[in-house]
Design a binder for this molecule. Structure first.
Ligand SMILES: [Zn+2]
Length: 281
């Protein structure tokens, strides 16, 4: 199965999914769980996401009539039920992203099972319905974790990069991500590092090239943004220019990860089920 062989519905040349990882401060709280600090800087930086960034992005999506896929840690859903209700009301997909953004490779299978159950309950509490899609925090997975996800009955996973169109791994539909379509690698500034964030114009220009590439090679353009990063004023404005140019392009299927996973399952079934081979080329 190579990329040029992938057929999108209705003769579309490519699929595009806009996704957000609505993390708030959860990754920081998980990373510092054993040694909590009293420092406010990083917490406030990330709290900008739920306070302002997410609203700005949701308004932008609404203005372009875009339905997106939102990956939401259960703790964030518990803390911001109003935002989650607004997402569901707007027709966006809400999917699992851990409870406190737990790194899967640091959990045993029992712990992962408990986290999935707790996350699903939090999303159900705000009105979302099973089966949920899943995106692993920090995009890390293990062979054991794939087994737990399958047993849990998730609709699909969106954490791996083995192809740039949907595929199947261990019986689970994978709706793949790509690092260069993740805002964090361009916009996340780590204080003290000698690495200034990339300007919004450069980032959006790169993403436009990726969209053209997706059309040329028939691949999936999976954009991943974090409201605390992409919800900043100039970045949101630059993002609008991408939608201005491409949202009405009829050769692109603008959709959600859940719909792409359903399409793949119906069209390709379990064809070419990849196995999680470790230690092999
Ligand atoms: Zn995340």
């Amino acid at each position: 199965m190579n990329s040029s062989a992938y057929q999108w519905p209705d003769g579309k040349k490519a699929a595009a999914i806009v996704s957000i990882d609505f993390d708030g401060p959860s990754p920081y709280l998980w990373a510092t769980r054993e040694r909590p600090t009293t420092a406010l800087g990083e917490l406030e930086l990330r709290r900008f996401g739920p306070r302002q960034g997410v609203h700005r992005l949701l308004e932008l999506f609404a203005s372009f009539d875009l339905r997106i896929s939102a990956y939401v840690p259960g703790a964030v859903a518990d803390a911001h039920p109003d935002v989650l209700a607004a997402m569901l009301e707007a027709g966006h997909e809400v999917a699992i992203h851990g409870y406190m953004h737990e790194k899967v490779s640091e959990l045993n299978t029992e712990e992962l099972r408990a986290v999935l159950e707790k996350s699903a309950r939090a999303l159900e509490k705000v009105g979302a319905e099973r089966p949920f899609g899943y995106r692993s925090p920090s995009w890390e997975l293990t062979a054991e974790a794939l087994g737990v996800l399958a047993e849990f009955g998730i609709a699909y996973d969106s954490s791996l990069m083995g192809y740039d169109h949907p595929y199947v791994m261990s019986g689970i539909v994978e709706v793949p991500v790509q690092w260069q379509l993740d805002d964090a690698i361009f916009y996340r500034y780590v204080p003290g590092s000698n690495w200034p964030p990339v300007t919004p114009g450069e980032v959006i220009s790169g993403w436009k090239t990726d969209l053209e590439g997706a059309k040329r090679f028939g691949s999936l353009f999976m954009l991943t943004m974090h409201p605390w990063l992409s919800g900043r004023a100039g970045r949101t404005l630059a993002l609008a220019s991408l939608f201005d140019e491409y949202r009405s392009d009829d050769s692109i299927w603008w959709t959600t990860a859940r719909e792409v996973a359903e399409y793949h399952r119906l069209t390709y079934g379990d064809m070419h089920d990849e196995q999680p081979r470790i230690g092999e080329i």
